[in-house]
Write a protein that binds this ligand. Structure first.
Ligand SMILES: C[S@@+](CC[C@H](N)C(=O)[O-])C[C@H]1O[C@@H](n2cnc3c(N)ncnc32)[C@H](O)[C@@H]1O
Ligand SMILES: [Zn+2]
Length: 278
């Protein structure tokens, strides 16, 4: 429920609990009088007034991601994340936090599978416009994962991070004892055929070890496994794939990848890692 997610929030300025006011407009308000109005799409920008140097995903990058994900190319991953989260979430009063929620695609599947209350965070307001439309029952917040999260300690059952930055200390703080962190990362060889045709970066070896190392002191690895998803992609779909990721910042403008043979067979190689808060 929305109210459980709001109860987990803390004012980013004074760290006190916030309440949702519906009138005269939808606003999060704390006892010190700090106010955060909802954007017309329904998300809240808690970074207001604070400049950030981060280069957020653009509207076009978000549109490419939305098209690609909603076409179902990554459906086995979406299903796996939803099942993993549903397994880790309690039946009642569960709260899930999606760090770097993007268009809200994976969070939507988790909400559908679990019925949990949800908080989606992302630094891109363009991403949150989509996420707020896809998941109106979630609290969607513009926020920077590298800052202290505007979330109370011991208030969240699952943090999920799908191809987004990880802040282990903050994830550990907001999780309840026994809470789970679900991380999705690419494995070496991920989309190698597409990377060859676009300016997407390849995935380096050793990333898995670095992921586990970075969690030390905060989390223990409970389970990790690979998931391979074969795909056949057209030039347009390859264009979306290249543009929706980090390379999108440098590609200038989205487009189609010239593919004389019509389509290219490739393999998405994911890793799903489940950590338990120590
Ligand atoms: C590759 S996308 C993944 C989005 C989504 N999880 C998905 O898989 O569809 C990375 C997302 O992380 C967000 N992001 C990057 N750095 C961030 C930060 N410092 N704080 C919050 N969000 C961030 C981006 O805006 C983008 O939406
Ligand atoms: Zn406040």
């Amino acid at each position: 429920m929305f109210s459980d997610a709001v109860a987990a929030l803390r004012c980013p300025l004074c760290h006190r609990a916030v309440q949702l006011m519906e009138r005269p407009q939808r606003t999060l308000v704390c006892p010190s009088g700090h106010l955060f109005d909802a954007a017309k799409q329904g998300y809240f920008n808690l970074l207001t007034g604070k400049g950030t140097v981060f280069e957020a995903d653009t509207a076009d990058m978000v549109a490419a991601r939305h098209r690609f994900l909603e076409a179902g190319h990554y459906l086995p991953l979406t299903t796996a994340v939803a099942e993993e989260a549903a397994r880790a979430l309690p039946d009642h009063g569960a709260v899930v936090l999606d760090a770097g929620t993007g268009t809200g695609h994976y969070l939507q599947a988790v909400i559908e599978a679990s019925g949990a209350s949800a908080i989606g965070l992302d630094i891109s307001k363009f991403a949150l416009r989509r996420a707020a439309r896809l998941n109106p029952q979630a609290v969607n917040l513009v926020w920077d994962i590298w800052r202290p999260l505007p979330v109370a300690e011991n208030s969240v059952d699952v943090v999920m991070v799908v191809f987004a930055p990880r802040n282990p200390a903050e994830f550990g703080r907001v999780l309840r004892p026994g809470g789970k962190l679900i991380v999705v990362t690419p494995r070496p060889g991920h989309l190698a055929e597409i990377a060859d045709r676009t300016s997407m970066l390849g995935i380096e070896e050793g990333k898995e070890e670095r992921l586990v190392d970075s969690m030390k002191g905060h989390f223990t690895l409970t389970r990790t496994y690979g998931l391979d998803v074969p795909m056949e992609l057209t030039g347009r779909q390859m264009g979306d794939l290249a543009y929706m990721g980090p390379a999108g910042h440098h590609l200038g403008q989205q487009g189609e990848v010239n593919e004389p043979s019509g389509s290219v067979a490739t393999l998405a190689k994911f890793r799903i890692s489940v950590f338990t808060v120590s």
